[in-house]
Design a binder for this molecule. Structure first.
Ligand SMILES: CC(C)(COP(=O)(O)OP(=O)(O)O)[C@@H](O)C(=O)NCCC(N)=O
Length: 451
């Protein structure tokens, strides 16, 4: 259907009106947008990529027109300001991609915004259309700005279809059944979502909160053993909000930063419900720590380096695994960590705690990607201005928790007066705000592993 793709695009993506007629020309018929949406939805994945690449390359900015106007602007530099502003405005207009009108018109038809969110999700999978992605992301950022979002509290009285979606979208601690989701919206819990009028009934980003007396150091007390109390009898002791799960549900809204906005909005909501609430912190997973550790161990194995643990620790590992304190012990340790078997032996848990805590502190604080924290969850909370507050041993004893991060979890704490400056320090100077507990684990790692 390439011919028809070319034919449809040429007809539907109308040329940019001339500068003179830009405010007078009538918008193309709504049927154009509807036809484009139907056509796009009818395509296979591969054909969608072709169409998006064609849209981006052949229906974008008129580069020749831009360069002519840029030349003209250079010649105008000696003229009076009014003339310069005129030419600059022409140049600005000429930088409008032709397809931008189509995106604007689609956003005005029924479920057009949802269509564009899904279209951006497709775009994010193909990298060839950076400018189309950029244009779409900036449009979506305007449409999904905080003033146009609605904060909804999800309770057991919410419609089934919302509760079902919340359960489905839960990306951090999977919901197993109705009892599970009932607890998560029940007493001493809060569940909030942002929704948008253009996508009714669709939670865009979901935040789960536990109301506690202190900052939780383990997830079991939040999502497992919780005895379902019939109501929040005594909230006088509640002075802490623990964010234990946040998930964005629309891939196409990636980069629109809804999670950060939701956390800040929920903090304000909780402060008004619990005026004396004084502590706000996440209890976050550390996805990727175990695989990072395995990578480090196998790299050291190749280089025959038996470091990372102290000689004393290697000696104990060798004893427990009936090996010798050299690469044999290292192989035994790799196996234990990959199977999670080490958690079954109290002795091994005791030996490995200091070493794994040091390694995990380094993974979160020291490992970087383009200067920012390598771990995506750390990067998210640090961008929000949170403090890397406390590493928690034995915090997630589920098989998933042990497999992903050796059972360790971390609290990113939101000191409300410091988030703005912490975020700026992190974004501009890549400075991670961390507590003495974290920093001492990091320096122990550096002492022990000569990395
Ligand atoms: C952590 C989340 C919610 C951040 O979303 P958001 O604030 O919109 O950031 P971004 O997607 O705009 O970069 C998002 O990245 C997500 O859903 N991650 C997977 C689940 C998780 N919590 O790690």
């Amino acid at each position: 259907p390439v011919r028809s793709m070319e034919e449809i695009l040429t007809r539907v993506v109308v040329p940019l009106p001339t500068y003179e007629t830009r405010e007078k020309s009538p918008p193309p018929p709504e049927s154009n947008s509807v036809e484009f949406m139907h056509f796009y939805r009818s395509l296979e994945k591969e054909e969608k990529s072709q169409l998006l690449a064609k849209l981006s390359h052949d229906f974008g900015v008129d580069h020749k027109g831009v360069s002519e106007l840029a030349g003209k602007l250079l010649d105008t530099q000696q003229r009076d300001l009014a003339t310069i502003l005129q030419v600059e405005d022409r140049l600005r207009y000429s930088l409008t991609p032709r397809y931008k009108q189509l995106l604007n018109h689609i956003s005005r038809v029924e479920s057009g915004v949802k269509f564009l969110v899904d279209l951006r999700a497709d775009l994010l999978e193909i990298i060839s259309s950076k400018d189309l992605n950029g244009t779409l992301k900036s449009l979506l950022s305007e449409w999904f700005s905080v003033g146009l979002l609605r904060l909804e509290r999800i309770t057991w009285q919410s419609p089934c279809e919302i509760l079902q979606k919340i359960s489905q979208y839960e990306a951090v601690h999977p919901v197993r059944n109705w009892t599970d989701i009932k607890r998560r919206v029940g007493p001493y819990r809060r569940c909030y979502a942002f929704t948008h009028a253009a996508m009714p009934g669709e939670p865009l980003v979901v935040l789960h909160v536990a109301l506690t007396e202190d900052i939780s150091d383990n997830i079991q007390s939040i999502v497992r053993e919780f005895a379902t109390l019939d109501s929040e009898e005594d909230v006088s002791k509640v002075n802490t909000a623990v964010f234990y799960s946040i998930s964005s549900t629309q891939a196409g809204l990636q980069g629109v930063e809804l999670g950060n906005v939701l956390i800040k909005r929920v903090v304000r909501e909780l402060q008004s419900e619990f005026p004396h609430m004084s502590q706000f912190s996440s209890l976050s997973p550390i996805p990727g720590f175990s695989s990072w550790l395995q990578g480090l161990l196998s790299q050291h194995r190749k280089e025959g380096r038996v470091e990372l643990l102290t000689d004393c620790e290697w000696g104990k590992v060798a004893d427990v695994t009936n090996t010798t304190p050299d690469t044999n012990a290292l192989d035994a340790l790799r196996k234990l960590i990959s199977t999670g078997d080490w958690t079954r032996s109290e002795h091994l848990v005791h030996i490995l705690e200091p070493a794994l805590m040091r390694l995990c502190a380094w993974y979160l604080y020291g490992e970087k990607r383009r200067g920012y924290a390598l771990n995506p969850v750390a990067n998210f909370h640090l961008q929000n201005g949170a403090t890397m507050w406390r590493l928690n041993w034995h915090a997630d004893t589920s098989p998933r928790g042990v497999a992903n991060s050796c059972g360790i979890m971390v609290n990113y704490r939101y000191f409300l007066q410091e988030t703005t400056s912490n975020s700026a320090a992190y974004m501009h100077n890549k400075i991670i705000t961390a507590t003495e507990q974290v920093l001492s684990l990091v320096s122990q790692f550096q002492k022990n592993s000569k990395l």
